[in-house]
Design a protein around this ligand. Structure first.
Ligand SMILES: C[S@@+](CC[C@H](N)C(=O)[O-])C[C@H]1O[C@@H](n2cnc3c(N)ncnc32)[C@H](O)[C@@H]1O
Length: 151
């Protein structure tokens, strides 16, 4: 991913970007230096999701925000789907309940939390796992939240 990102940046002539190898639970970034965090389909893969949001909070500047696209659970995921490692790697089996994600964000002290289901979520999930009705158990969401500004 890092190699590909560097290659794409070079080919596109982007000089103001930098790519660092790290884990989402332990960001290679100093405290309070980031304006915005974006992430697409990584948090469902993380085993320590509370730690992910604590880290995001740590590196954000006051007033900074996260805007994440990820897969979340909207109903209990059947064991036949959950225990299939292909579905874990495929961003389905590791999905956490929407309410739990919201609580984790609150635990990390985030404010202005918004959990927004994507209109085309059912089509996205159906394409990933055809014939298993996974779209009844997980959904693609936009997750937004902010670190409080210091006045
Ligand atoms: C489904 S891919 C999404 C990649 C990219 N965000 C995109 O939209 O194309 C998930 C990526 O997360 C990485 N990943 C998985 N667990 C991670 C972790 N704990 N910390 C950082 N990256 C992780 C994987 O190596 C993989 O590159």
């Amino acid at each position: 991913m890092i190699k590909l990102a560097r290659k794409n940046a070079e080919e596109s002539g982007y000089k103001n970007v930098e790519f660092r190898l790290g884990e989402i639970e332990h960001l290679p970034v100093a405290d309070a230096v980031v304006d915005v965090i974006i992430s697409n389909c990584v948090i469902n893969l993380a085993l320590e999701k509370q730690q992910v949001f604590n880290e995001a909070y740590r590196v954000l500047k006051p007033g900074g925000r996260i805007s994440i696209s990820d897969v979340v659970a909207i109903a209990e995921i059947p064991k036949s789907i959950k225990n299939d490692l292909t579905n874990l790697a495929g961003c389905i089996a590791g999905a956490e309940y929407v309410e739990n994600i919201e609580n984790m964000l609150k635990n990390s002290s985030f404010i202005n939390i918004r959990m927004i289901p994507k209109d085309n979520s059912k089509d996205i999930i159906k394409n990933w796992v055809p014939g298993k009705n996974a779209e009844d158990f997980v959904a693609s969401y936009i997750i937004e939240a902010q670190k409080e500004e210091i006045n």
